[in-house]
Design a protein around this ligand. Structure first.
Ligand code: NA7
Length: 538
């Protein structure tokens, strides 16, 4: 029953990225009528939008793939240990084709509002083009890093050359040959972009506000001979991922950095630095991200590596972070990134010392000089985790706006639901472990938990679910206590909920669950096994 003319669905999902696609498949398999709205003209979410040069996984391809279908695992051959964006987008299109997902997805449909009707207990979802859908359940699959942010620098529209944010990169190939290029931002995206653009640009100017600690990706092709063995190992690969804190293939070394001799520490760090992927970040001594001194050992090691790889000592100094230890912000993984700064066509501008005043018609004007450019790329990041929610007018019981609530303080239960927003589930949302995870591994958990919860409701003829206030309070309080001990909260980044380009987001916000995926999974399972004691079901 509804009092609008929109077509009725059991569930409306916003977003056709990795989480939205799997959620659609699961609910469809449960016999539900589902509609997905997607802003882009294709599936893939993050991998649809982030087409910038050099975009690729930092998780091993075979640990990142969906694990739910053996047939899918068997038939897909990853080409590289860390797949590039084109390969990943091909994979997600293959998934959409294989499971015939597109027929329930409405593309080119950016959602402007999702309004709960107190009388009918249903959600009315409306796109910018006026198309609507009415659903019993609303499931947001809108991505933690999808709301990109331009820098708060005056003059952006004045630039006469070509310019893009990396998350809105054009679909056609772009040549850098003969071009003077500028990149603002040196996070994971900036690093991948810079190392690629530097290969062919006539000149590249990197505008760096704060350096990040980067470490080698150590990527490589997966040979045809390796494929069968890799496929045989899938059960073991996914088992390892389930056991580690962030669902990566790398587990911490379970001894303290303090118990090792300097030689032993050096040997472990060297080994991890030479290994593929995030081992250097999450595979070092267990206290590396908890204890300042333990952290300093690894920080010093990485600083020495940078000094050894960058020829000019002044440039090396500028590339070494001084305001945070290794691993306390997201570690960009790189391929010859530091060597880029040994090239004659590359210049590093430290905009902490020489701030950008304005973007001009010709390029970027810092206090000291004007840098003339033909192209300017903004790798300036995202309004993380809550940003995509803020951009939709989401209203719950009594018309209360989610943005207003979260502007005061972000509170959720399990990072899955919010008091006052019945029947709305937030995949990879705030205070969920999935944002700090090898994301598809946590997405699968999120989607399966939501699907099981909905199935439980259907089996028990229940039609409304909403967290109990005291459970939401307890979850948020414990999450804050846990995060307060973490070194991540001491440094500004999207993980600590900060973005200097967004008003009101210049202070730490507790939007990430830091207890790790195994503990999170356990809490979610306990909740289900208890008959959802933290929720009001009606
Ligand atoms: P990040 O990691 O948020 O990086 C954004 C970068 O842009 C970072 O270096 C910022 O410097 C810089 N930035 C932002 N605003 C400005 C202004 N106004 N002036 C100069 N520099 C600025 O985003 P990414 O896209 O690289 O990575 C996001 C995630 O995607 C990443 O963690 C992976 O999980 C994948 P700052 O450090 O704030 O001084």
């Amino acid at each position: 029953m509804s009092n609008n003319s929109a077509e009725q669905f059991d569930a409306v999902i916003i977003g056709a990225g990795i989480s939205g696609l799997y959620q659609l498949l699961k609910l469809r398999q449960q016999g539900m009528k589902v509609k997905v709205f997607e802003t882009g003209d294709g599936v893939g979410g993050t991998w649809y939008w982030n087409r910038y040069p050099g975009a690729r996984f930092d998780s091993e391809s075979y640990s990142y793939a969906y694990s739910f279908s053996e047939e899918l695992l068997d038939e897909w051959d990853w080409g590289e240990h860390f797949a590039g964006q084109p390969e990943t987008l091909r994979y997600l299109n293959h998934v959409a084709d294989k499971f015939d997902l597109r027929k329930d997805i409405q593309f080119n449909s950016k959602i402007k509002s999702a309004i709960y009707n107190d009388t009918t207990g249903r959600w009315l979802v409306e796109a910018e083009d006026g198309s609507q859908a009415d659903g019993q359940f609303l499931i947001t699959a809108i991505g933690p890093l999808s709301a990109f942010t331009m820098p708060n620098i005056p003059g952006i529209d004045d630039f006469k050359g070509e310019s893009w944010h990396t998350a809105r990169w054009p679909h056609e190939p772009i040549s850098f040959e003969g071009k003077r290029i500028g990149v603002i931002g040196t996070g994971a995206t900036g690093v991948q972009t810079i190392q690629e653009v530097a290969k062919t640009a006539k000149h590249l100017t990197v505008f760096q506000r704060r350096p990040n600690w980067c470490a080698p990706l150590n990527n490589g092709k997966i040979t045809a001979a390796e494929q069968p063995d890799l496929k045989k190992r899938y059960p073991e690969i996914f088992k390892t991922c389930l056991e580690t804190t962030g669902c990566f293939l790398h587990a911490p070394t379970m001894t303290s950095a303090h118990d090792a001799t300097p030689e032993e520490r050096e040997a472990l760090y060297e080994k991890l630095y030479a290994e593929r992927g995030f081992g250097i970040w999450v595979g070092a001594y267990y206290d590396t991200l908890m204890d300042e001194t333990a952290n300093q050992y690894l920080t010093d090691f990485i600083a020495n590596k940078i000094r050894g790889r960058v020829k000019d000592p002044e440039t090396a100094k500028n590339l070494i972070p001084v305001d945070h230890g290794f691993g306390t912000r997201r570690v960009p993984l790189e391929t010859k990134y530091y060597e880029v700064y040994n090239q004659d066509n590359v210049r590093l501008v430290n905009v902490k010392d020489d701030p950008i005043e304005t973007i001009t018609a010709k390029g970027v004007k810092t206090i000291a000089e004007e840098h003339e450019l033909d192209m300017l790329f903004y790798a300036t990041g995202f309004d993380g985790i809550t940003g995509a929610f803020d951009r939709i007018d989401i209203r719950g019981v009594n018309g209360v706006k989610l943005k207003d609530k979260w502007d005061e303080e972000v509170k959720t239960y399990l990072g899955m639901q919010i008091v006052g927003f019945p029947n709305m589930f937030t995949l990879v949302g705030p205070q969920n472990t999935a944002t700090l995870c090898n994301i598809p591994r946590c997405i699968e958990q999120n989607v399966e938990w939501v699907s099981d919860t909905i199935q439980y409701m259907r089996d028990n003829k229940l039609n409304k679910i909403e967290p109990k206030d005291q459970f939401q309070e307890k979850w948020t309080k414990e999450l804050i206590e846990m995060a307060s001990m973490s070194m991540f909260m001491k440094v500004p980044s999207w993980i600590s909920g900060q973005n200097s380009n967004v008003a009101g987001k210049d202070k730490p916000r507790y939007i990430v669950y830091m207890g790790g995926a195994p503990m999170y999974r356990e809490v979610c399972d306990q909740e289900a096994n208890s008959g959802y004691e933290g929720f009001n079901l009606a």
